[in-house]
Write a protein that binds this ligand. Sequence first.
Ligand SMILES: [Zn+2]
Length: 246
Amino acid sequence: MILKDEALALRIYPFGNTSRIVVWLSKSHGKLATLAKGSQRDRSGFLGQVDLFYTCELLFYAREQRNLHVLKECAPLEPRAAFRTDWRACAAASYAAGLLDRAMPFGPAPRGLYELLEATLDRWAARTPGAASLPRFELRLLEELGLAPSWDACAKCRADLRSGAPARLDAAHGAVRCEACAEGKGASVSPAALAALRQMRGETLPAGLPERTFREVRAILGGLLEHHGDFSPQARDLAFQVLAAG
Ligand SMILES: [Zn+2]
């Protein structure tokens, strides 16, 4: 069966001497891998048609029962040229695509994930992302995967946490609880960090976040990510360092 889709290139690696495998997040078929046969040959129709962080239109032979499909045609719709020259933006995009790739199995994915990555890559290609862009992406990713806790109310007694009451994060269960329900378990979360996380769900980044709150937010999201999928703290540290140096 031949299928058509739009997809974002998450990862590309060689296969044999002349072929490559491209791992995609597609609009309609979730995460999939395609074999681009002979794509490294001089006259291949695939040359220049795909690179990391491109949006492409694909035609592929879907092989049921297998995760590796065969790429028939591929045309770039949005190459995002900035990622070839802006190394900070490229580092951020590599981290975001890698994080999503590791967090997701092959197969269907929530539609919101495609939209999140597409919008994020568009934004970072248009303007070099700042350090606060990474935790915001992580938060939105956790939300799309259904792994983000409520930052508004205690997971147990539903007490309002917006009033500045102290709370604790149970990262393993993805839950924020009020101090009374937490019974001393989990890491303390400051009201400032909770407020920043609530704000980051929107389109705008919290302006002038104090360094201490930023570090706390980063640690909270790192704790949640660590409990899901094949998470790489090294890749994360590197991406944060690169953007912080901007
Ligand atoms: Zn409670």
